[in-house]
Design a protein around this ligand. Structure first.
Ligand code: ADP
Ligand code: ZN
Length: 751
């Protein structure tokens, strides 16, 4: 039969920062072998690029058809991305205005993100060496190295991992090879079993609380129903929300359904992963950035091959290839870490809803302090809600007391020029009592470093970063002043660079608190948990494990101590300064403060002993602080929603920020004004309520040497933002080089 003459064309997303889909020719050899989501290599520019086959394309018009290039290579026989993930990526690309190919690339684990063939990663294995018994050690008298290795092996029971022998005896690997060649030992491999850290093992509670029962009674049927439904699990800290998630996953597994669990920055919540691991053993994949690339790829492949059906991971796990989803869970759904603040600026909690809609399954958002967005969705009837009002085993909620710094640290003529002590007498006494009872204390302060600014006593100038419009923070352990925005560091100055006046250190961070605590309680075991003290995930895990084993009495830290940890020995939690997060120039500052304080307070009294929380503040009347003191989420959210409604902030509007960065302030200003004029020209009729705020200098006017301006757009619906944002896109080509424009849709903050 004659060869068919009709040519086939493929629609392809290219993994490069270019918008749109591209058309390539399907060569005869690839016919019938392409499926949507498959990774391919395509010619692009002068070279080639990773591409994703999306489907058949229409035959292009005659003028261009001759220029259409053929697909170069198919990288794997099967699609790396499921149709479902491709769908989600399409949504994200359109909503967050990001190139589809780049979104698809972001959905893949390391190792699959470039145009090379994938290698299947086998399970990690450990090599074992075993002695062929019986062995006569005498026989090796003249070969001291072999004698040493064999003696070691005999002593440990004839068998050991090769690595361990190599640590014990220098040069052992070579010796083992020789012994193996002569037939004295055998070598074999065993897969590494992912171990659950000691102290994390949790048993399955035999009885659920009545509130857990009630919640599961509502939720469980939805796991197998194959229909979309969205639920909020609103439960106070320690009410057993995690146990609810675990039971839902059990149901999913029992019914051969998949489950996807998103948690905030996992490195900070090793306990949570431990709980899933100890319940489900090897039946889960764990996806987070602290894993080595190889491990991430392996876990991803286990999911893609359908060997496991449960994935637990951070934000990026929203892209996990879990098949046949029964439930998507977002733990601590209010947590800011679900929003990615660079490149593809997606909000994983929102994408979880979209994914569940497309997969027709249950989505559960859990929190002690639901975001106002989620709360409003419940009020509007879009989500349903179950509530847990009591802690398990009727443990009391911690008693929260205010330490009012206005009266506790009054300004007197003596101390007017110096800062009063940071740890009030009340705080110190409570710490002393807790130490005396052999219980543990957490001190929370929302800032790293020793002093947050260094200021000249004579001219009043504070020392700023050379690249950013930000004060430098003094880090005493590094003996440096550091910029928290660009990483710039310089030695601590002793005198003002301008007038040579003496320098004062003001504002305090974790290092200073740690030092003060050590001074006040010299015999206590004190540790600090922040990004400086625990730079790697292992160090965080290690520190938290030591705290769990009660090898640390007092833990000083940033929000890293606030996340969902469950330390039964902690009976005192001190918020050193509740006001720091409030001062941020952002419409979410109050909400953030309330969440953070409630979260921190929730660490107290989770064991058999009752907990106590002390909150130091100068602003005790501010809503987030006063309602937090009263454990009153409902009260706080009511006043805050009222305020948001009055000012048309989310959840009563949708937002986008257009950020303009340029080499000079003048260039940034000119570009910002040009873009603003362009937006204005395309603004829909005013009655539709799209509002433009700015252009204005960004709250931090310079970062990393770039001057920054911004335009904030608010509208009653996301759809109304599309037209103005399209007009921004059209203007990009008119802007001078050196100007960069970033659009952040549904931003988490104005900063
Ligand atoms: P949350 O996630 O709401 O903060 P957790 O799920 O961490 O609460 O539960 C708090 C503690 O109570 C954990 O140590 C957990 O193992 C335990 N727990 C949960 N449910 C029960 C139950 N039904 N009976 C006994 N202990 C429970
Ligand atoms: Zn800087």
């Amino acid at each position: 039969m004659a060869e068919s003459v009709d040519l086939h064309y493929a629609s392809v997303a290219v993994g490069r920062p270019v918008r749109g889909e591209f058309t390539y020719r399907e060569t005869e050899a690839f016919r019938g072998k392409l499926e949507p989501g498959q990774r391919i290599r395509v010619p692009f520019g002068n070279g080639s690029a990773l591409g994703f086959y999306l489907g058949r394309a229409a035959t292009p018009p005659d003028e261009v058809v001759r220029r259409i290039k053929p697909i170069a290579e198919i990288l794997e026989p099967t699609a790396a991305l499921s149709a479902e993930v491709v769908e989600l990526a399409r949504f994200a690309a359109a909503h967050y205005r990001y190139p589809l190919g780049e979104v698809l690339r972001a959905a893949l684990p390391p190792g699959l993100t470039s145009a090379v063939e994938s290698k299947e990663v086998a399970a990690d294995v450990v090599q074992f060496v075993t002695v062929r018994s019986p062995v006569d050690l005498q026989q090796f008298k003249r070969a001291p190295a072999q004698h040493a290795v064999l003696s070691y092996l005999v002593a440990v029971g004839n068998r050991s991992p090769v690595d361990e022998v190599a640590v014990a005896i220098p040069g052992a690997r070579e010796t083992i090879r020789r012994l193996y060649a002569k037939g004295h030992v055998t070598i074999d491999e065993e897969p590494v079993l992912m171990t659950v850290s000691e102290g994390l093992k949790q048993t399955r509670p035999a009885n659920l609380t009545s509130e857990q029962e009630a919640a599961l009674h509502e939720l469980t049927p939805h796991v197998t129903r194959s229909a979309f439904s969205a639920w909020l699990v609103h439960g106070v800290t320690g009410s057993g929300k995690t146990e609810i998630y675990l039971r839902l996953v059990e149901t999913a597994i029992a019914n051969n359904k998949g489950a996807l669990i998103l948690v905030p920055e996992i490195a900070l919540t090793p306990q949570l992963v431990g709980r899933f691991r100890s319940r489900f053993g090897q039946h889960i994949a764990v996806l987070h950035s602290a894993l080595k690339d190889r491990e991430r790829l392996r876990h991803w492949q286990m999911l893609r091959r359908g060997e496991v059906q449960v994935a637990v991971g951070v934000r990026s796990a929203i892209w996990a290839p879990v098949a046949n989803l029964g439930v998507v869970i977002v733990d601590e759904e209010h947590d800011p870490s679900f929003k990615q603040v660079e490149k593809l600026r997606y909000q994983a909690r929102d994408l979880a809803i979209v994914r569940a809609q497309r997969s027709r399954c249950l989505v559960v958002l859990g929190s002690a302090t639901p975001s106002l967005e989620t709360l409003e969705n419940v009020r509007r009837g879009r989500y349903q809600c179950v509530t847990l009002t009591r802690r398990v085993e009727n443990r009391p909620m911690p008693e929260i007391a205010l330490v009012d710094l206005r009266t506790e640290r009054p300004r007197t003529p003596d101390n007017r020029n110096s800062e009063p002590p940071i740890l009030s007498a009340t705080l110190k006494q409570a710490i002393a009592e807790t130490l005396a009872r052999n219980q543990q204390t957490i001190l929370f302060i929302n800032r790293r470093g020793h002093s947050t600014f260094v200021v000249c006593e004579v001219c009043g100038q504070s020392i700023k970063c050379a690249n950013c419009d930000v004060c430098l923070t003094h880090h005493s352990s590094a003996r440096q002043m550091q910029c928290h925005y660009c990483g710039h560091a310089e030695p601590l100055a002793t005198n003002c660079p301008d007038c040579h006046g003496p320098l004062l250190q003001l504002g305090f961070g974790t290092e200073r608190i740690e030092a003060e605590v050590m001074e006040s309680f010299p015999s206590a075991r004190v540790a600090r948990l922040d990004r400086d003290a625990a730079s790697s995930a292992e160090r965080v895990t290690d520190l938290l494990a030591r705290f769990a084993r009660r090898e640390i009495d007092i833990l000083v830290g940033t929000q890293m101590v606030a996340k969902g940890h469950d330390f039964p020995g902690v009976t005192l939690v001190c918020v050193v300064m509740a006001d720091t997060a409030l001062a941020m120039p952002d419409f979410r500052a109050a909400e953030r403060t309330f969440h953070l304080l409630t979260q921190v307070a929730g660490r107290a009294g989770r064991g058999a002993d009752a907990g106590r929380v002390l909150v130091q503040s100068y602003n005790a009347d501010a809503a987030p602080i006063s309602y937090m003191l009263a454990h009153d989420y409902a009260g706080f959210s009511e006043v805050e929603l009222k305020r948001r409604r009055a000012l048309a902030w989310p959840p009563f509007s949708r937002m986008a920020i257009v950020k303009i960065e340029a080499t000079t302030p003048e260039q940034a200003e000119r570009a910002a004004k040009q873009i603003a004029r362009g937006i204005e020209r395309h603004l829909p009729a005013s009655s539709q309520g799209v509002r433009m705020l700015g252009p204005a200098r960004a709250p931090i006017a310079r970062i990393k040497g770039k001057s920054r301006w911004q335009i904030v757009l608010k509208a009653p619906s996301h759809a109304l933002l599309v037209q103005p944002l399209d007009s921004v896109d059209r203007m990009l080509s008119e802007l001078p080089s050196g100007v960069r424009v970033i659009v952040d849709v549904d931003p988490s903050a104005l900063l």
